[in-house]
Design a protein around this ligand. Structure first.
Ligand SMILES: [Zn+2]
Length: 258
């Protein structure tokens, strides 16, 4: 009897876990930390990723840019925040990047060429991604003339997003992490890179789904299959019927112009 009580007592943790405990690295509550899914050791690449992030994106997203930063060797993914670039905070650092011949901008314009067709022997490259919704990305592009001079590229081979918690605006849209991972796989000629880099996102999605999050199809899929709750207008309906082929090439979780 006494021994049982003793056993119960030693079973009690001296310092019960605080639910608000946050992981030092990913800043998420310890129970939902995705750090163990990060590649070990961090992946070494010749290319560099530069993310121009809309200030609203950090709040909205599940911080997939951080997964990328932590999955790559230090300095291989840099994030700059703002609504236009360069701005006072980052002018010095970005000047060199914007003036380099080796810099590519991922942007689905009519002039952009498939990343797959870039001459890799002339690398390594610095690839700029704009992180935000399509209207935000378009606004950043419009207010940053320096971006217009850069060589523009797009991704051709994109799959359906693994980022299933957050509804994607169109099929073929990818989270920033998936987009960057796919680009690196192409630039580094290492297809397996994508899988290693997106693993933390899988872990996060799996956790959310196990805990009751609904698996979203993209809004486009839902609307096409009459499952989307909002009634849609004629203009959007036309776009959806037409857009099957264009979406595949749209990076960044953003949709083609409506
Ligand atoms: Zn963590």
């Amino acid at each position: 009897m006494e021994e049982d009580a003793w056993n119960d007592l030693i079973g009690i943790s001296a310092d019960p876990p605080d639910r608000r405990d946050k992981c030092e690295q990913c800043k998420r509550p310890v129970v939902v930390c995705w750090c163990p899914a990060l590649p070990q050791p961090a992946i070494s690449v010749a290319s560099q990723i530069v993310i121009l992030q809309h200030p609203a994106e950090e709040k909205r997203s599940l911080r997939t840019a951080l997964m990328l930063q932590l999955g790559l060797e230090p300095g291989k993914c840099v994030v700059y925040k703002g609504k236009r670039f360069p701005n006072q905070k980052n002018q010095k650092e970005l000047e060199g990047i914007f003036n380099s011949e080796q810099t590519l901008l991922l942007y689905p314009s009519k002039d952009s060429v498939p990343l797959e067709e870039i001459d890799r022997s002339k690398g390594p490259y610095t690839l700029i991604l704009i992180d935000g919704t399509w209207p935000q990305a378009k606004a950043i592009y419009a207010s940053s003339p320096v971006l217009h001079r850069l060589k523009q590229v797009k991704l051709i081979a994109v799959g359906i997003s693994d980022y299933i918690i957050r509804t994607q605006p169109t099929e073929g849209c990818l989270s920033t992490l998936e987009t960057a991972a796919q680009c690196l796989a192409v630039l580094e000629c290492q297809p397996e890179l994508r899988q290693s880099l997106v693993r933390p996102l899988h872990t996060l999605c799996k956790y959310q789904l196990d805990n009751g999050a609904v698996e979203h199809q993209s809004k486009e899929f839902l609307m096409k299959n009459n499952q989307y709750p909002k009634p849609i207008g004629k203009r959007l309906s036309r776009l959806l019927n037409y857009s099957n082929t264009v979406c595949g090439a749209v990076p960044l979780g953003i949709e083609q112009e409506t």
